[in-house]
Design a protein around this ligand. Structure first.
Ligand code: SF4
Ligand code: SF4
Length: 110
């Protein structure tokens, strides 16, 4: 059982973003809410400290999930590449606050 779990985890780790999001879509609403809270918690240390974010009055987080910010207009550097969520979800883009969510960027073929 433990081996099976670690195999599943190993498989998940190597999947592209598009496959991971399909799996996560099957989670319960509570699981989705908890996962989103966790993303926001981690994001505080990246978006929250990013030069594009600071001083804009923005208080939202997790733009890879929620999409563009209505307050951030200038790209002054992006810390998403260093954020563990990028690795965890196989995110391959940056500047979600100005460019849109990972799902939108994927659907746009970017
Ligand atoms: S998405 Fe990137 S550029 Fe935008 S606030 Fe977050 S770290 Fe900064
Ligand atoms: S990838 Fe970027 S937007 Fe997403 S949680 Fe990390 S820092 Fe925030």
């Amino acid at each position: 059982m433990v081996k099976l779990m670690s195999d599943l985890e190993e498989n998940f780790k190597n999947l592209p973003f598009e496959e991971k999001i399909k799996i996560m879509d099957k989670m319960t609403e509570k699981q989705k809410r908890d996962a989103f809270d966790q993303v926001k918690y981690i994001c505080k240390d990246y978006c929250g400290k990013c030069p594009s974010y600071e001083g804009t009055g923005e208080t939202n987080l997790a733009f890879c999930s929620i999409g563009k910010s209505s307050l951030i207009k200038e790209e002054k550097g992006c810390l998403c590449g260093q954020c563990p969520i990028s690795k965890q979800m196989s995110l391959r883009w940056v500047n979600y606050c100005t460019q849109g969510s990972a799902l939108e960027l994927s659907k746009a073929g970017k």
